[in-house]
Design a binder for this molecule. Structure first.
Ligand SMILES: Cc1cc2nc3c(=O)[nH]c(=O)nc-3n(C[C@H](O)[C@H](O)[C@H](O)COP(=O)(O)OP(=O)(O)OC[C@H]3O[C@@H](n4cnc5c(N)ncnc54)[C@H](O)[C@@H]3O)c2cc1C
Length: 459
């Protein structure tokens, strides 16, 4: 990481497709960009695709690819060419002075140029059980997820009353057996042409003045409970898919008051279709300024534009300090270690990281050291974020702690016994006692503090 007195050539804020693409181009231009990945503000490292399963429309993957895997690959490519990562949220930017200053969770950074790629988040209803059914029936992107097999020839619902909701309802009639459009008011906010299209489509039923109050299902959404707003009557509507089209919130809090935003908070580019903003040296990329397309490929494309524009600007201003490479070709990106579930033959009492219930049982009963158990699922984006963090801490503690990963899809009974209701869940055992448990992604320093506390109590 840069020392406090260093001024960076370029800082990229955000680690979605826009941020990683911008960083990749800037790194290949020898600008050694620093990318602030984000952590909890406005999403997780890797961005929105970390919350989805199959991405079928990103070119180059004819069989589709899991969202988290696509983002792991973008990250590896950006890092391979010299991007440095800071795993933190940017808390404050000051664009009024040059170099620009950035505060990121206690770190003070300065940079000649900036690329803002903080994305947008799809608004949610925050219903009980919404988390359980997210990507298991609920989606915020009909274009992305509508064609998945689980939705084919099944009843589907869209919630919202604007252009996006109407467009999505119309598009989903291609896949579902019938589409229900749930509208809070007694009219549509959509354009007349779009509204007429929906009203004329006998495959779409409108539920005027209704809101969703509950979700039902086991491992996949099976029904939604609707409440008629004027009289409070509730009905149950069987659907296998529910698509949110209730707007997006761009992550532009950082630049409020410093750059022009529109009425919904989207950054307004200085010139339509161009990557520059009202402050020279500050560029935008991705969904934070895109209220219309909001796709991974468009975010990546604008990331490329922003990096090329930033490079040209730094050169014009004579500000860039290019790094020199020892060899023109960087080392190949490391392939993530493949760990198979341990068996009687492969189990090792000294291995730092193992997989499966056999290793769990042996370490739990036989090892005198603290044991970290992480419950994961293959399509779980936050697991992709947490695992390398945990792994690094376990390695740093050099043999004083062991870790076991349980894939809850492969071994559901273990997750059930442990009372795990979602992934990632982490448990820390010591002397066969559960000392700590948490759900979701935590920063490395927090994980390390927990393990050090457990170790110090045991010493
Ligand atoms: C459920 C779902 C499924 C989707 N499926 C598809 C699909 O199949 N195909 C497709 O093309 N598109 C899909 N999309 C849309 C696609 O994910 C987005 O268009 C794309 O991710 C936008 O990229 P981005 O880089 O602009 O922003 P994001 O992906 O939103 O990334 C923004 C990044 O900024 C970071 N950030 C935010 N605030 C801060 C801060 N203060 N400091 C530092 N970092 C910060 C976040 O942590 C995140 O890493 C889907 C979206 C959703 C929600």
């Amino acid at each position: 990481m840069a020392s406090p007195s260093t001024t960076e050539n370029l800082v990229v804020v955000g680690s979605g497709p826009a941020g990683y693409t911008a960083a990749l181009y800037a790194a290949r231009a020898n600008l050694a960009p620093l990318l602030i990945t984000g952590f909890q503000e406005g999403g997780i490292p890797g961005g929105q695709l970390m919350t989805t399963t199959h991405v079928e429309n990103f070119p180059g993957f004819p069989q589709g690819i899991l969202g988290p895997e696509l983002m792991d690959r973008m990250k590896a490519q950006a890092v391979r060419w010299g991007t440095r990562l800071l795993e933190a949220d940017a808390n404050q930017l000051d664009l009024s002075q040059r170099p620009f200053t950035i505060q990121a969770q206690g770190q003070h950074l300065r940079s000649h140029a900036l690329i803002l790629a903080t994305g947008a988040r799809a608004n949610r209803l925050h219903l009980p059980q919404e988390e359980c059914f997210w990507s298991r029936g609920i989606s915020a992107c009909a274009v992305c997820d509508g064609a998945t097999p689980q939705f084919r020839h099944e009843p589907l619902a869209v919630v919202g009353g604007g252009d996006s909701a109407c467009e999505e309802a119309h598009a989903l009639t291609k896949y579902g057996s019938h589409v229900h459009l749930i509208v809070r008011r007694n009219r549509l906010r959509a354009s007349k042409a779009m509204a007429d299209r929906v009203l004329a489509n006998d495959q779409i039923t409108l539920h005027w003045e209704h809101e969703i109050v509950a979700l039902q299902g086991d491992d996949w959404l099976a029904a939604i409970e609707l409440r008629h707003r004027p009289n409070g009557a509730t009905t149950t509507l069987p659907v296998r898919g529910l698509f949110y089209a209730i707007g997006h919130t761009p992550n532009t809090g950082l630049i409020q008051g410093q750059l022009p935003l529109d009425g919904d908070g989207y950054l307004v580019p200085q010139r339509p279709g161009q990557p520059d903003t009202a402050v020279s040296g500050v560029f935008w990329a991705g969904d934070l300024a895109d209220r219309r397309w909001r796709q991974a490929i468009t975010a990546a494309a604008t990331g490329c534009q922003a990096a090329l524009a930033a490079e040209a600007w730094l050169t014009e201003q004579n500000l860039a300090v290019p790094v020199s490479r020892k060899t023109p070709e960087p080392e190949p990106a490391p392939t993530p270690p493949k760990v198979s579930p341990a068996t009687e033959e492969t189990y090792s009492p000294t291995a730092l990281w193992q997989q499966g219930s056999y290793a769990l049982r042996r370490l739990y009963h036989d090892s005198p050291d603290p044991l970290v158990v992480i419950y994961t699922a293959p399509g779980c984006g936050p697991c992709h974020v947490l695992k390398p963090q945990l792994r690094r801490v376990v390695e740093e503690l050099a043999g004083r702690v062991h870790a076991v990963e349980i894939n809850i899809e492969a071994e559901p009974h273990i997750a059930q016994q442990a009372g795990v209701s979602g992934t990632p869940t982490t448990q820390v055992f010591y002397n066969k006692e559960l000392r700590q448990q948490w759900r979701g992604v935590k920063q490395r320093r927090m994980v390390r503090a927990v393990l050090e506390k457990v170790l110090s109590l045991g010493d």
